[in-house]
Ligand binder design. Structure first.
Ligand SMILES: Cc1cc2nc3c(=O)[nH]c(=O)nc-3n(C[C@H](O)[C@H](O)[C@H](O)COP(=O)(O)OP(=O)(O)OC[C@H]3O[C@@H](n4cnc5c(N)ncnc54)[C@H](O)[C@@H]3O)c2cc1C
Length: 561
């Protein structure tokens, strides 16, 4: 950010990079009623003090019997990096505080046999294993319990990243669990396939992490969520390797314990490989966007899309605040570009009568053959028009999707300017979407006001996934914390209140991020005593010695409470 408050995103990784963003900070200041300091910053001091390793000599020796020296990392920063994910609590702690407990050693197995040997070692030496994929967890699922006295070994799956086989006839591929999304995407593309799972974290998250968190990609309308894409998997558990003889397209073989792995968050075993479905690469991919006069119109349009089954691979609806944010993140316009943009604005606001403080945008991705895409676009625009929607063009659509890749960095950057931000998501039936979005926003505003925090909170919603029965909604909440005694704790308290409001308004604890340590306390509010007991007993059956509990209480009901 320069002396005039103009932001430039450095690097060359994203569409936004290199552009000057003169409208961003003025928009934030106006919307939040604050003055963002450009000097006297909240300067981070990464890396923080890192707890000493408690690796016993006996365990170090046992590890050296299994792994080569370069597969064992003991350096502080390496251990720190495997001891956190990307929540605001974790980012704030590593930038401005400390983590009380991090893994004592990091290991990078090359093969399932090495993972088996590590599991045996852990049981023999009474130490913990913490599976680590891409570190993109947003639920504190990687954060170590401060009171864990046993040695913690982070098992980083990065070296188990191979595509083991591709079966083009039966449309399946077997992939090691540490493979990162963007690498899977590139490797399958070179053979003319895609698995179609594209979470916004695809650059860093892994196949094993997707299964362990019960993830959902932005193209689920066509390809499904992770549980629909995975046909089989191998898991190294404390009881041995869970695997099957053959992969069937579908099977009725009694209770399927593999299902328990979706959402297991590293507590039942270490996933080493999985067989996934393959789809042909689409011949055509196109973006699109529609502007609606209000969020209500946009939601009604989405409902109709699902009921009529006219579903582009991805559809997202942002509310007015996020629409404004996306405008504020546009580069400076000059000459003809500025004239065109002004003319478009006048058309939408003066001629169509849209209120800039209420209008919203819907972005789409279409995939398929040329005819399929053309037909879908026509149907979508016709339905949009019935809900007072105006075609916003492909460029705005593409920008919307590119933005979600860079947004995490913007969150980390604005922290230095005393702004703390985070997203949280849920899912809700259609009939409660509007009420629930409104209730959560009002609750955050009330909580913010009750604490007499500076300025106004920024709270905004985006519908990201749609089903015949309802939708997934992301909320972003940001607040200005200059002069606030406990910025991160205050944020957490407000987010917890918002989560209570979500549950009270009929929303789920999470649509796809999971529970981790962050939301465990809410489980008794959504599950019966019997359900909690069965979960805890399943965990105990898989892991009687509590080897996989570095992130939660070992093997009793408190593990789930
Ligand atoms: C910017 C950003 C965007 C995101 N967008 C999405 C999105 O669109 N959709 C979505 O679903 N999520 C999203 N997330 C959340 C996150 O990316 C997912 O939860 C992801 O599935 C985690 O994968 P990972 O490989 O990074 O796992 P990690 O963060 O390393 O670990 C997450 C959990 O999985 C366990 N685990 C990891 N690997 C294994 C393994 N091999 N065996 C057993 N357990 C394992 C860990 O112990 C931990 O409990 C996003 C996160 C960020 C930061």
């Amino acid at each position: 950010v320069d002396a005039d408050g103009v932001v430039t995103l450095t690097g060359d990784r994203y569409g936004l990079c290199g552009q000057k963003l003169p409208y961003l900070l003025p928009w934030v200041e106006r919307t939040m009623g604050i003055a963002i300091p450009l000097t006297g910053l909240h300067t981070p001091h990464y890396p923080p003090a890192i707890p000493e390793s408690r690796l016993p000599q006996s365990v170090a020796q046992a590890l050296a019997q299994i792994l080569a020296p370069e597969q064992i990392l003991t350096e502080g920063v390496q251990r720190l990096r495997r001891g956190h994910g990307q929540t605001q609590e974790e980012m704030y702690a590593i930038k401005y505080g400390t983590l009380a407990r991090v893994p004592d050693v990091v290991v990078l197995p090359h093969s399932e046999a090495q993972v088996v040997a590590l599991m045996e070692l852990a049981q023999r030496h009474d130490v913990c294993l913490l599976p680590y994929g891409g570190g993109t967890s947003v639920t504190e699922a990687l954060r170590c319990r401060a009171d864990e006295d046993r040695c913690i070994i982070a098992v980083d799956m990065a070296k188990m990243n191979r595509i083991l086989w591709v079966d083009p006839i039966n449309r399946m591929a077997c992939i090691e669990a540490g493979a990162v999304g963007r690498h899977i995407q590139a490797a399958l593309k070179s053979q003319g396939f895609t698995m179609g799972h594209e979470p916004d974290s695809i650059e860093f998250s892994t196949l094993g992490g997707w299964i362990a968190t019960h993830a959902s990609g932005m193209k689920r309308n066509k390809y499904g969520n992770i549980e629909e894409l995975v046909l089989d998997m191998n898991v190294v558990t404390p009881k041995g390797v869970m695997s099957r003889q053959q992969v069937a397209p579908r099977e009725s073989a009694g209770m399927d314990v593999r299902r328990a792995m979706f959402g297991s968050e590293g507590t039942l075993g270490i996933i080493t490989q999985a067989v996934v479905k393959l789809y042909d690469l689409p011949a055509v991919q196109q973006y699109g966007s529609v502007i609606f006069p209000s969020f209500e119109d946009g939601v009604a349009f989405l409902y109709e899309l699902t009921q009529k089954n006219v579903l582009p691979v991805s559809v997202r609806l942002v509310d007015n605040i996020q629409f404004q944010l996306s405008q504020a993140l546009k580069g400076e316009k000059k000459g003809l570009q500025a004239f065109k943009s002004q003319a478009e604005k006048l058309f939408v606001t003066r001629i169509k009568g849209f209120d800039p403080e209420r209008m919203v945008a819907c972005t789409m991705v279409y995939e398929g053959s040329e005819e399929e895409v053309a037909r879908q676009q026509k149907e979508v625009l016709a339905l949009a028009a019935q809900h007072r929607g105006i075609n916003g063009g492909p460029q705005n659509g593409e920008r919307g999707y590119q933005l979600t890749f860079g947004i995490a960095y913007i969150r980390d950057f604005v922290m230095n300017h005393y702004l703390l931000a985070e997203s949280f998501e849920t899912s809700v039936p259609w009939s409660r979407v509007l009420e629930r979005c409104d209730r959560v926003k009002r609750r955050v505003e009330r909580e913010h006001a009750a604490r007499k925090l500076p300025g106004r909170p920024l709270i905004t919603a985006r519908v990201t996934q749609m089903y015949a029965t309802g939708v997934a909604v992301y909320f972003y909440f940001a607040y200005f914390f200059k002069g606030v005694a406990d910025p991160s704790g205050t944020y957490s308290a407000i987010e917890a209140a918002a989560r209570e409001e979500i549950l009270a308004a009929g929303g789920s604890i999470s649509h796809h991020h999971g529970v981790g340590a962050l939301r465990r306390a809410f489980l008794p509010k959504i599950m019966s005593e019997a359900a909690l007991t069965l979960r805890a007993e399943t965990q105990r059956a898989f892991d009687p010695k509590g080897v996989l509990t570095a992130n939660c209480q070992p093997n009793h009901k408190a593990a789930q409470h």
